[in-house]
Design a protein around this ligand. Structure first.
Ligand code: ATP
Length: 255
């Protein structure tokens, strides 16, 4: 569905993304993992046309057509919605008005009622708060609202940036469960996360990004079992180096 081939992105003279290629097949959840500053958000913004400069090299294709050169509105109309990090809601509007804002590019207004009902089915708590100002919602409810608002665009592909950020563990679990359901009901998802464990538990495939490069990619299940991933991203140190043995930095193996 989405194919990124060899993109390079610079902020001024600094190269933030260095030859990244990745694919998101239709119907899947693909997760892009990496630490602070690895370049995850830059990749999502590039897909959506939100960066001032186009990629210096590389191609981005969606459903077989190039996205390079399109503006953000054209990209939303192609069927891609970006749920930004940080839960940007319209605080002074009601929950219902926020949801409707997500549908601003749509021409098929007769389907809006159906999609609103679908969103409220995923997030019943929003149904109880429809006429409440969005600014009064809890953090978890606001995260549900931004995902719901994104769904009101009826996307084929949803880009999610750190949906777990700042949420209590129980709420993270709930939000991830809903993301899984949204996918099972037909929406393809590219999920950027620092919470690698939760992301890999719902994803089909994962990519690891370090300093603007993909350093590893595999089926999500295999990444969960991978020793390096466990040590560096999941915080599970299951292998202890024997005394006197050093870690090979470049290949990241014990020797
Ligand atoms: P985080 O999880 O902390 O948001 P990230 O993996 O999403 O990190 P990016 O925000 O994409 O990383 O940043 C990648 C690199 O590009 C970082 O070194 C960052 O400092 C740099 N960068 C990001 N935005 C800009 C900008 N507008 N101008 C200059 N450099 C930037």
């Amino acid at each position: 569905m989405l194919r990124i081939s060899n993109i390079e992105i610079y902020y001024g003279p600094v190269r933030a993304i260095n030859g990244v290629s990745l694919e998101v097949p239709e119907g899947r959840i693909v997760t892009l993992l990496g630490g602070n500053g690895a370049g995850k958000t830059t990749i999502l913004k590039t897909i959506c046309g939100l960066l001032e400069d186009q990629p210096d090299t590389g191609v981005i294709e969606f459903m077989g057509k190039r996205l390079n050169g399109l503006n953000p509105e054209q990209i939303v109309r192609r069927g891609i919605t970006y749920i930004q990090e940080g839960r940007a809601i319209f605080e002074e509007l009601t929950v219902d008005e926020n949801l409707l804002m997500g549908a601003y590019v749509r021409r098929d207004v007769h389907d809006l009622r159906r999609d609103r009902a679908r969103v409220l089915n995923y997030f019943p708590v929003l149904g109880q708060r429809l006429y409440q100002l969005a600014g009064t919602l809890s953090g978890g409810e606001q995260q549900m609202l931004v995902i719901g608002r994104g769904l009101m665009a009826n996307p084929r592909l949803m880009l999610l940036d750190e949906p777990s950020l700042g949420l209590a563990p129980a709420m993270v679990k709930e939000v991830f469960q809903i993301i899984k359901t949204i996918n099972e009901e037909g929406t393809t998802i590219l999920l950027v996360e620092q919470n690698a464990k939760m992301a890999l538990q719902i994803a089909h495939y994962g990519y690891l990004l370090e300093a603007g490069r993909i350093v590893l990619s595999d089926e999500a299940e295999s990444l969960l079992d991978n020793q390096d991933v466990r040590n560096h991203y999941l915080g599970i140190a299951t292998e202890v180096a024997p005394k006197g043995v050093t870690r090979h930095k470049k290949k990241k193996r014990w020797r």
